[in-house]
Design a protein around this ligand. Sequence first.
Ligand code: BES
Ligand code: MN
Ligand code: ZN
Length: 489
Amino acid sequence: MFLLKVLKSDANLSELRAQSLGVLVFEGKMDEALDALGDLKGPIKLQADIENFNGKKEKAFKVTLPGSRIPRVFLVGLGLESEVKLDDFRVAAAIYTKEAQKSCAEELYLFFPKISAPLSQAIAEGCLLGSYQFDLYKTKKEKGESGIKDVYIIGGDDEFIERGVHLACGQNYARGLANEPPNVINPLSLANIASELADDMKLDCKIYDEKGLEEMGMNALLAVGKGSVNPPRLIHLTYKQAADSRVKVALVGKGLTFDSGGLNIKASENMRTMKGDKAGACTLLGVMRTLPKLNLQIEVHALIGAVENMPSGSSYKPDDIIRAYNGKTIEIDNTDAEGRVTMADILSFASGLSPSYILDVATLTGACAVALGPYTAGLFSNDQAFCNTLLEISSFTGERLWQLPLDDVRLRKRLDSPFADVLNSAGRYGGAITAAMFLREFVREGISWAHLDIAGVNYYKDPFGYYPKGASGFGVRTILEWLSKLQGP
Ligand code: BES
Ligand code: MN
Ligand code: ZN
C-alpha cells in the first residue's frame, strides 16, 4: 500500500532505458511534450495520431514499443494549457500510476517538460493517492495488482517531492483507518491506534476513559455513547516542538466509529457506510502522523471524540436534557444528530486550552452533502480572514471547500429549546447551517473557529481522479498546508 516510492531522477530522456514512461501532455501540444524523447518521438506520435489522441483532459493513451529502450509509454492529457490547474497534475499522475499498475512494470518514469517545484509536489501526491487501494481484507488480491516499486519524476524537485510524499502518505493513512470496518474499529481500538501512533511519532497522548470523562463532566459525549457496549473515549494528541512554538492550534474531530442513528434509527439504506462517520477523526490522525515529518514550530492539539451511536435500553433518548462540559444544557430532539452533541463537549474542552485557532472536521450533516454535492465540503467560520485563508489553500490542494453562512438573523432561533439552552437539531432545511451554529455555541468567544462539514466528500462508492473506492482522506493536505503556513516564513 505504501510500498511505492516516489523519487526524483536526472535521467536524460533521449537515452533513458525504462520499463515504463508517462508523459503529461497539454491538449494540442504533443510536439512540445515529446521533443525530449529523441528517437522515440516519431513512433509515439504516429501511434497517437492514428488513435486521435491529442492531450484531452483525463484521457490516457498507451503506446507500446516492443524491443525499444522504453517498451511502454503512457500519454496522459492535461487539457488546455490556458485552463490547467494544479489539481489536474495530481489527477494525471494518478491516471498514469493506475494505468501502469495494470502492466507488469515495476519502475515508472514520469515526464513533464515544464516541471517545477510545486508541480513536483502535486505529481508525487497524485502518484501515491492514485495508487492507494483498500484491500486488507481481500484474500485474493485483484487482478493487475501493483508490482510498482518506484516512480521517478524526471527533473523534479527533491524537497517538494518529499513534501508531497509526506502529505499523500498522511492522507492514505487517514483513508486506511476510515475504511476499517466497525467491527474492527470501535472507540477503544481507535484510542489504541492513536496511542500507538503517538508512540511511533513521539507525540504526547492522553486517553480519557468513561470514568475520566464522567469526572470531567463530559456528559454530552457520554450520552451519545450510552447505547453501545463499546464505551466512548476522548483522545488528546499533542504535537509540540521543544521551546518556541509560535502558535497554538486545536483540531477537533468527529469520531463516530459507527452511527446507526441511535433510537432515531436510520433507514437501512442510510446506515450503510456509516463506518465512515469517524472520517473527521481519521483525518486528524493523518495530520498528526505527518506533522513531525514537516518539523513545524507550532503547537497542535488533536481532540477526538470516539463514540459509537447505537440503539438499546441504555441509549440516550429524544427529550433528554444533558449538561455539556461548558455548562450549557442541550435538549435532544433527535439522537441521530449525535455528532454535534459529542463535539459540544470537545469544542468546550478545546476552548479551555486557549488556542488561537480551533478547526473542526466532521461528517456532520447529510444536508451539507445535499447542498454542495459529493465533491465539495462545507466551510463555516466566525472569522472571515481565517475562512479566506482556508479557501485559498483549498484552491491549490484541490480539496474543494465552499463557505456557507451562519444565519444569526433567521435560522438561529430554530435551535432555541423551550426547556434547555439549545436544541440538538432544527429540522431538514438549512440543516448544515443550524448544525454549524450549534457547534459555535461551544466555542469560547474570541477564538477563531472554522468547521469543515465533510459528510458529502468523505466516502466514494465509485473511484474518480485520485480518489479510490471508499474513504477519501479529505482534509489532511489542506490542514497540513494551513498549519505550514501558520508557522510563517
Ligand atoms: N453522520 C450523519 C451525517 C452523514 C450523513 C454523514 C450522510 C455522511 C453521510 C449525522 O450524524 C446525521 O445523522 N445527521 C442527520 C442530522 C439530522 C438528524 C438533524 C442528517 O444529516 O440527517
Ligand atoms: Mn447521525
Ligand atoms: Zn453521525
